[in-house]
Design a protein around this ligand. Structure first.
Ligand SMILES: [Zn+2]
Length: 424
């Protein structure tokens, strides 16, 4: 077998419907590739950027088998990439550090430097380099798929969680991302990625890729594989890869996900993140799943400092029931579609260009899509005004909030290029 080629199922003992088994020798970086006769959009799917989440890889394997066996009319390309190969093999979320918190320009430029053997600080070549090498290798693979693409490139980042619950999508709030997410009959969560630094989707989004994160359910549940498979079929349809009649798998996938959603709201936004430090000894109270409602003041967890109460009413998201992770839980609330439509209208009119006219608000001199908002004045502005216009990420820097939004809100850049400034 070619070491760098896609996983080849032909010599593997399991068929798509068997209970899942990792391929002999582990997953390859390219899980599979399917190209249509005609050019078209490209859908990239990343599975297992957290190594204890192999469900997406198994689902991709099923979709590649179906596309090959059934001869479904197809345009463009579907490419399945594995995330953290070493951690997938070990069945661990990560080995040294979380691979989904390393996608900033600075860290990627560092990962792409040639390894310095014997370096003292953790980094490429230091002996503590599992995820540095993974990130550099995945970045290379993504560059080959994305750079110079003439048509839209979409990316689905496939995840599962330690707690079970309804499948949902995570979206960086651009209009192009919203359009892609619309056909998925699952709750859409806005603002989750904006609470995190170094997530893969933000990095790719800011280079012009249309992105969506998809959380399917509990790590080891069989239904998580079914839901990921449904998500990939719907993603192919949403990207425009089926020129003819929709394959039956798309409608079956929609039914499966709509049944799982039940009566939950269509769109929610994250209001609170309970961040963790390794020494906190955080323990979530049992019984919480994604979307479990919580009342203000409810005891949700405890750590070394005592009980942890819900700071406000909302839905619990991603409660942590595993050893590793930086996030204890999130709280989300419903967003009414009126606000979404209002935001879309204001953005189409480019009202966001007026934000730097507000007192205490100015454009960042070097970073497109970033505003500097004076902390003294920011309390007079409702954060919701900035959210409406896509500015959801707030970070305190000295006397200012650095407020940012995703790039390429309404249209794609002329050329797609992944490499960050400063990389070799
Ligand atoms: Zn994950």
């Amino acid at each position: 077998m070619n070491k760098d080629g896609p996983n080849d199922w032909a010599d593997e003992p399991n068929t798509p419907n068997d209970s899942p088994v990792m391929p002999k020798g582990g997953w390859r970086r390219v899980i599979g590739r399917h190209s249509g006769e005609r050019p078209g959009p490209k859908l990239l799917c990343i599975a297992g950027i957290h190594g204890n989440e192999p469900a997406g890889a198994h689902a991709l394997r099923r979709v590649f088998c179906s596309l090959k066996e059934r001869g479904i009319p197809f345009q463009g390309e579907l490419v399945g990439l594995a995330g953290n190969l070493r951690a997938l093999k070990a069945g661990a979320r990560y080995l040294e550090r979380d691979m989904n918190r390393m996608w900033t320009d600075e860290l990627i430029a560092r990962a792409l430097q040639p390894p310095k053997v014997g370096a003292a600080a953790p980094g490429p070549g230091s002996g503590h380099d599992a995820e540095w090498a993974e990130v550099a290798d995945l970045h290379d693979a993504l560059e080959r798929e994305v750079d110079g693409a003439k048509r839209d490139v979409f990316l689905l980042d496939l995840h599962t969680s330690s707690a079970d619950g309804v499948p949902f999508a995570c979206l960086g709030d651009t209009m192009r991302n919203r359009r892609f997410a619309r056909p998925f009959p699952v709750p859409v969560l806005l603002g989750l990625e904006e609470k995190l630094d170094g997530a893969l989707l933000e990095y790719l989004n800011n280079r012009g890729v249309i992105t969506m994160g998809f959380e399917a359910g509990q790590h080891d549940a069989m239904h998580s594989i079914d839901r990921h498979e449904a998500g990939i079929w719907i993603g192919l349809a949403a990207a425009g890869c089926f020129p003819g009649p929709m394959p039956e798998q798309v409608e079956a996938g929609r039914r499966l996900l709509a049944d799982a959603r039940g009566g939950l709201p269509k769109v929610l936004e994250i209001l609170h993140r309970h961040a963790l430090r390794p020494q906190d000894d955080f323990r979530m109270r049992p019984g919480y799943e994604n979307f479990t409602p919580a009342q203000e003041g409810e005891v949700l967890a405890e750590d070394k400092a005592g009980l942890i109460h819900a700071p406000r009413h909302g839905h619990i998201m991603l409660p942590l029931y595993q050893g590793k992770g930086d996030d204890g839980f999130f709280l989300a609330k419903r967003v009414h579609c009126f606000w979404l439509k209002l935001g879309a209208g204001l953005r189409a009119l480019r009202i966001d260009r007026a934000l730097p006219w507000l007192p205490g608000v100015r454009l960042h001199p070097d970073r497109p899509g970033h505003l500097l908002v004076s902390i003294r004045i920011s309390r007079f502005y409702p954060a919701q005004l900035f959210y409406l216009l896509g500015y959801r990420k707030w970070r305190r820097k000295g006397g200012y909030h650095l407020v940012s939004r995703r790039q390429h809100d309404l249209k794609r850049p002329r050329t797609l290029c992944l490499r960050p400034p400063g990389a070799p």
